[in-house]
Ligand binder design. Structure first.
Ligand code: CS2
Length: 509
């Protein structure tokens, strides 16, 4: 079977969308760090729509570690298929905005050249929450993170030891441009961090203080980090997806991305050296992203994480499966309606109950096989912005947090690395080693895996400062509801706990 590439593009069936511009005429304007599925299902799609109007914004995608995306896309000239999946079926479209893919450890020289090229005006990132090497509770750089220690000691200038971390690369590019008199690129964070622009700015400045103190004053004034709200559900691609798309295309694509029809991008309009015409392709350009970001992180991602932990413990493999469980659907709807929505204050006209209803429908998309286990990873990096900020706001308003606390308790139960039948599984999280010690300290009996003393387990986890900070563990109104929920999860299991919590009272919008 032929393979998707510039040469075979003409043979893709007429019914399938293709780039409406001449790829040979495009040039790189964006370097994107972390070219995973999410980027290829989101920003790269918006850029694909901009290139007909202005061909100078094509993307150089960068993998900071693995060569897998480059190896899949290089023989395809960067082309790949976006497979939009809904109950109505599969709608493929070919995306052409990725011009090249670099693997940082293999081609550090080429990456530095791209970063310092004056035509690179934006460096965007999707490196996941943990990729910023920061402390999620404080939003500050973890100066003792091994990758940061490495990058602080490394001095790459075309030769020598190259950086490992996204922060190290960002700073290397920015500092080199400054030395060469080239205006700094705009840093566009597309990860689910709270106040993501300001957060990344702080982490970069913390790094600069340690690396190049004489450039801190310049960096503080000159650099631009617009905030964004990014939203599209893009599950990991499976071999089944590849086979489905090969049948539709009549040719092979080694790494398509699958996504839901919904896509949203809200961007703070602060690009000192220019940007693509994002506002012409459905992006909301605004000065104040934060209300949208809080809405999305708390409602979508807060619900997602709660569904992932409770759903996985209860035996649901995908998010769509969790939505077929009437109690769990009710619980999540009430979590949003009763506990999350009251913490949000939105610009006039934003209808939060309607947003909740759309989210429930998106979660229920039966064609999207979004694994609860995938969303469950890296909880220590996700919980602060997804659940704990909402909890802080509720507590300071004197409000109840029962369902939010259940989400936290389900995370703790999941993070033990033992399921309800006592089988062990690998917890993917930067703090996984600490979790394992806490779980073993709270085991009721070493011969009975999967059984925990909930009070001990909760107390142990509350000691994780990087997640809970100092304030929450000291607050009885936080500890109490989490411990109650964790006791029920440990003693009765997730299904019974979900059933009980789905009957909680309280105002539902
Ligand atoms: C998910 C997100 O994996 C996760 O943690 O909650 O990737 C989610 O699908 C996106 O943020 C949706 O925009």
């Amino acid at each position: 079977m032929a393979r998707l590439s510039n040469d075979t593009l003409g043979a893709v069936p007429e019914t399938i969308g293709k780039p409406d511009y001449d790829r040979a005429q495009t040039s790189t304007g964006i370097v994107h760090l972390g070219i995973g599925a999410f980027h290829r299902g989101h920003l790269a799609v918006y850029i694909d729509e901009c290139l007909a109007g202005d061909p100078s914004w094509a993307i150089c995608g960068v993998s900071l570690r693995s060569p897998r995306t480059r190896d899949a896309l290089a023989p395809q000239d960067g082309l790949y298929t976006l497979g939009v999946q809904s109950a109505a079926g599969l709608k493929p479209r070919i995306i052409g905005s990725v011009k090249e893919v670099l693997v940082a450890p293999e081609e550090p020289q080429a990456l530095l050249e791209r970063l310092t090229d004056p035509s690179t005006r934006i460096v965007s990132l999707t490196v996941t929450e943990k990729g910023y090497c920061h402390d999620p509770a404080t939003g500050r750089l973890k100066a003792d993170h091994p990758d940061i220690l490495h990058d602080l000691a490394a001095n790459f200038a075309g030769a020598g030891e190259a950086p490992i971390s996204a922060i190290g690369w960002l700073w290397l590019g920015l500092a080199a441009r400054h030395e060469q008199g080239i205006p700094p690129f705009t840093v566009l964070c597309c990860d689910n961090l709270p106040a993501n622009g300001a957060t990344v700015r702080q982490v970069v400045l913390d790094y600069a203080v340690l690396k190049d103190p004489d450039k801190v004053a310049w960096a503080t004034d000159a650099l631009a980090f617009p905030s964004t709200m990014v939203d599209r559900i893009v599950p990991a691609t499976t071999d089944h997806d590849r086979a489905m798309l090969a049948a539709a295309l009549g040719m092979e694509d080694a790494w398509p991305v699958m996504a839901e029809p919904f896509s949203q991008f809200v961007v703070q309009d602060h690009f000192p050296i220019g940007r693509p015409d994002l506002d012409t392709v459905g992006v909301t350009m605004t000065q104040d992203v934060e209300p949208f970001e809080a809405m999305k992180l708390r409602m979508l991602n807060g619900s997602h994480s709660t569904l992932a932990y409770l759903g996985w413990l209860a035996g649901h493999e995908t998010v769509a499966d969790t939505m077929t469980d009437a109690s769990l659907r009710r619980l999540i709807s009430d979590l949003m309606g009763s506990e999350i929505i009251p913490t949000l204050s939105m610009p006039y006209g934003v209808d939060l109950p309607a947003y909740r209803d759309v989210l429930l429908e998106r979660f229920a998309n039966p064609a999207l096989k979004h694994k609860t286990f995938q969303i469950a990873m890296d909880g220590s990096q996700k919980l602060p912005q997804r659940l704990l900020g909402t909890i802080r706001d509720r507590l300071s308003d004197g409000q109840s947090i029962d369902r939010l606390a259940l989400g936290v308790a389900a995370w703790i139960r999941f993070a033990t690395g033992q399921d309800e039948a006592g089988a062990s599984f690998e917890v993917q999280d930067p703090l996984a080693d600490e979790f394992a010690i806490l779980a073993s300290d709270a085991a009721i009996d070493k011969d009975q895996p999967g059984r925990f003393d909930a009070d001990r387990l909760a107390s142990g986890f509350f000691g994780l400062n990087a997640v809970f900070g100092d304030d929450l563990p000291a607050e009885e109104r936080f500890r109490g509801p989490v411990i109650v929920a964790l006791r029920m999860l440990c003693e009765k299991g997730a299904r019974e706990t979900i059933a009980t919590y789905s009957k909680l009272g309280g105002p539902a919008l």
